[in-house]
Design a protein around this ligand. Structure first.
Ligand code: NAD
Length: 476
């Protein structure tokens, strides 16, 4: 075992032992279970199937108790989940991951998200209720490892489902710790074992087995374009939450000082790992210098042309001749790293507080067109807001994911929102306001642009069922 693995295992065991030591903890109820972890897909799906059957006969009030217990246990462990994620994946920032885990625990909707519709009239009463699918197969990313597990689990259980996770292999320990904590929390509230299951050693093969398993009623897939495509071709009903390349547009009417702060905060949050983070800044030329000056005053560092060339060589994939290969991705080694560390790799020393690197470029590949997932923000100047909107629509690549605008002109905001047609559109705030951090609305870590469910919540994991009482109980 590698020393790093040993440290991670120790952290996981310490958390679990601490939980077990708590007096009120009903450890008896989970003795003999695997805390949701299974060696193979079949066994996991069977266990989840049995758990879901039990859940069907349990009241909604009880479900809500399990969810309250999940929230409580996760909130007690946000620090450890955040630390473990950074240690294991080498990506992101502990303080930001604490915020994300907290958001998932506190602002993921529970059973209150489920509503029924009613039709009444001469022929009686018809109810349309939201029922569970059964066992859900869920695939989760390395960029929000525990957050996605927490968020999906709460929504899926609230809707009456159980779930089997195939988590990202590179974030296995963090994601599986979240699964274990959730199982401990459900047991503590007196609920059945294995409502939330996971494969102990997840691989692409186990993910594909899960996608094809006959007892999986719904797939919920959060990740890059490839996994969403694979799931969509499985023939099963799929909720696909894929990649984004969110542009942020600043027009000449914006409050530039505030816009600067918001963009630095959003684009550097968790080192730009969130799919919602600002990934391209498009600014109207006449206010560009002032905006960049303010941004440099709040944690951004402006690269010159030569440094930009060096950064391209450093962080992008190269072809066999060692040339930067613009058509393809970024070098994974740099994903989610701190800005000062990235600059240090090309011999530039900046203060540790530097959160973001600004790179003024043309509206061309590579930086502008790639989802880089690191704190390097390409900046493009345009002549006016119309050109800004046109470019933003192009760089978003039809992902229909997220866009941000800083403006005080309602017509400009309306035009951009209409033309880009994204699932999330944030006005005058950091991108993360769109998932409920400093903005109104609930939180999700599964934003289903490609399949249209949008910001998923319990109701996304339900089937609508109509129940018709003919000629009765209409009292109008
Ligand atoms: P990734 O695509 O590398 O992995 C995501 C998951 O898919 C992992 O569990 C991985 O093991 C699995 N996977 C990958 N290829 C597969 C295949 N062919 N068959 C079966 N399973 C496969 O993503 P990542 O690097 O962990 O996460 C970052 C990506 O996810 C970014 O593109 C980001 O925009 C996106 N993302 C989207 C959302 C959203 O809500 N829309 C949320 C988070 C991340």
């Amino acid at each position: 075992m590698l020393p790093e693995e040993q440290v991670i295992n120790e952290i996981v065991n310490n958390v679990l032992n601490r939980l077990r030591d708590q007096d009120e903890f009903k450890i008896k109820e989970i003795t003999g279970t695997n805390l949701g972890l299974f060696d193979d897909v079949d066994t996991a799906v069977n266990a989840a199937k049995r758990a879901q059957r039990k859940l069907r006969s349990i009241s909604i009030a009880e479900r809500e108790k399990y969810i309250a217990s999940i929230r409580e246990v996760i909130l007690q462990n946000v620090n450890i989940l955040a630390q473990l994620a950074v240690q294991e994946t080498g990506m992101g920032r502990v303080e930001d991951k604490i915020i994300k885990n907290r958001l998932a625990a506190e602002k993921t909707p529970g059973t209150a998200d489920l509503t029924a519709e009613a039709f009444t009239g001469d022929h009686g009463l018809t109810l349309v209720e939201m029922g569970p699918y059964g066992v859900i197969g869920a695939i989760t990313p390395s960029t929000n490892p525990s957050e996605t597990v927490i968020n999906n689990s709460i929504g899926m259980i609230a809707a009456g489902n159980s779930v089997v996770f195939n988590v990202h292999p590179g974030a296995k320990n963090t994601s599986l710790l979240a699964v274990k904590l959730i199982n401990e929390a459900i047991a503590k509230a007196g609920g059945p074992a294995n409502l939330v299951c996971a494969i102990k050693e997840p691989t692409i093969e186990t993910a594909q087995q899960l996608m094809k398993h006959p007892d999986i009623a719904l797939l919920v897939v959060t990740g890059g374009p490839q996994v969403v495509r694979t799931a969509l071709s499985s023939g099963k009903k799929t909720i696909g939450a894929g990649a984004g390349n969110p542009p942020v547009v600043v027009d000449e009417t914006a409050n530039l000082r505030k816009a600067a702060q918001d963009i630095v905060k959003g684009a550097s949050f968790d080192n730009n790992l969130p799919c919602t983070s600002e990934k391209v800044l498009i600014v109207v030329g006449k206010v560009a210098d002032e905006l960049l000056k303010y941004m440099q005053g709040c944690g951004a560092w402006l690269a010159d042309r030569q440094v930009i060339k060096q950064l391209e060589q450093l962080v992008l994939d190269k072809n066999a001749k060692g040339e930067v290969y613009c058509g393809f991705g970024v070098n994974k080694k740099f994903i989610g790293k701190n800005a000062d560390w990235i600059l240090e790799q090309i011999g530039i020393k900046v203060p540790e507080e530097t959160r973001l690197i600004l790179a003024e470029v043309e509206a061309e590949p590579p930086f502008v067109q790639l989802e880089m997932l690191m704190p390097i923000l390409p900046v493009v100047q345009v002549k006016d807001v119309d050109q800004a909107i046109e470019l933003a629509v192009q760089v978003e690549h039809g992902n229909r994911h997220t866009a941000i605008m800083h403006s005080t002109n309602v017509n400009n905001m309306t035009k951009f929102a209409r033309e880009i047609d994204t699932t999330i559109f944030v006005k005058n705030g950091p991108s993360y306001a769109g998932i409920g951090a400093g903005g109104e609305g609930y939180t999700t870590f599964t934003i289903a642009g490609p399949t249209g469910e949008g910001l998923t919540s319990a109701r996304s994991f339900t089937r609508k069922r109509r129940c018709v009482l003919v000629d009765g109980f209409s009292i109008v």
